[in-house]
Design a protein around this ligand. Structure first.
Ligand code: FUB
Length: 326
């Protein structure tokens, strides 16, 4: 059955992107970036993505109207943030809702911050500083079945992941290319109180069918940005954007920190340069939330959408062609 809202912009009163969708208390909540349609030319550094705050969207069910719950967190309320509040995620833990978000600090370095609220829609109160040891963008946070909480994050180019290869920040760092190994997303475990990481983040390995790590030249399969992890029949499924080739792909592992083995493509390119998603189960069916620029035609003015995901008994995910009539 097709839902009334499927493959349509969920809200048109604002531009939203990078949707991290969750079910909390039986309702659907979406934690997106709040895009601003400002006249800034596109560049590979992502200077056109000048977002300043977060709004939480919610829906009673997949056919219900999508509601904008207003301002949840502004950059002006976060002491360490200078600009560019990019793709966030949220979790429920310890009886609270936590918003985990990336932004550039006063030195122009992307860091991750945490803010908390009694309500899934905020307003969120930020911690006074960024998470020590965090860097790059696109946090996706998994609260595992045993309550341990893992952060997956990272993004190339404007997301600055390459700039940390030496262990400290180097704006001029060489980008892996050709037969050099591709950089995987970062992995770290949160402390129980969500104020820090248990140990320094490490890169996750994504292996090919022969058990070899993916190479930088393998742009159809290597990680670029937007990691997401969901569990399916006990396996950890890492999905992500390939950025420059605009696919959403997935890899599977037996442990939260990998290694992960590449399995296939979840989504063909959407309209726009970026593709960024989340995957979740709602009432026994699987869905992917994503964005595109069909409405605006502008790279940094995106709209959140969702569609059904078909996963077979063995966990194989059918590739979605986002503009085919479904
Ligand atoms: O929204 C800004 C950036 O664009 C995100 O952090 C990336 O994942 C891409 O969607």
């Amino acid at each position: 059955m097709k839902h009334k809202n499927e493959r349509k912009a969920l809200i048109t009163s604002l531009y939203t992107a990078d949707p991290s969708a969750h079910v909390f208390g039986g309702k659907i909540y979406i934690y997106p970036s709040h895009d601003l349609k400002i006249p800034v030319a596109d560049d590979d550094n992502g200077e056109q993505y000048m977002m300043e705050d977060y709004h939480v969207l919610s829906m009673d069910n997949l056919d219900a109207e999508c509601i904008d719950n207003g301002l949840a967190l502004s950059k002006d309320d976060v002491p360490w943030v200078d600009k560019q509040m990019w793709a966030p995620d949220a979790i429920y833990k310890n009886g609270k809702y936590y918003l985990i978000f990336p932004a550039k600090d006063k030195d122009g370095i992307f860091r991750l911050g945490v803010a908390e609220s009694e309500s899934p829609t905020g307003p969120f109160v930020p911690q006074s500083n960024f998470i020590q040891g965090s860097y790059s963008i696109d946090p996706a946070v998994l609260v595992d079945d045993d309550g341990r909480t893992y952060c997956y994050n990272g993004g190339l180019w404007g997301g600055q992941l390459e700039m940390w290869q030496s262990g400290s920040f180097d704006r001029d760092a060489h980008r892996p290319e050709g037969d050099e190994l591709a950089l995987g997303p970062m992995f770290a475990e949160f402390t129980e109180d969500m104020t820090g990481f248990v140990s320094a983040p490490k890169h996750l390995e994504i292996l090919d069918e022969n058990g070899e790590p993916l190479k930088a030249k393998d742009e159809d399969r290597r990680f670029f940005e937007g990691p997401w992890v969901h569990k399916f029949k006990g396996k950890y499924v890492l999905s992500y954007s390939t950025g420059s080739t605009h696919y959403i792909c997935y890899a599977e592992g037996d442990r939260p920190d990998g290694p992960f083995t590449y399995k296939g493509r979840i989504m063909e390119p959407v309209k726009g340069w970026t593709t960024h998603h989340s995957i979740l189960e709602i009432e026994g069916e699987w869905y992917i939330f994503y964005h595109d620029i069909e409405r605006s035609g502008v790279t940094h003015a995106r709209d959140v959408k969702y569609t059904r995901l078909h996963i077979d008994e063995d966990g194989r995910i059918e590739t979605i062609h986002p503009y085919d009539i479904n």
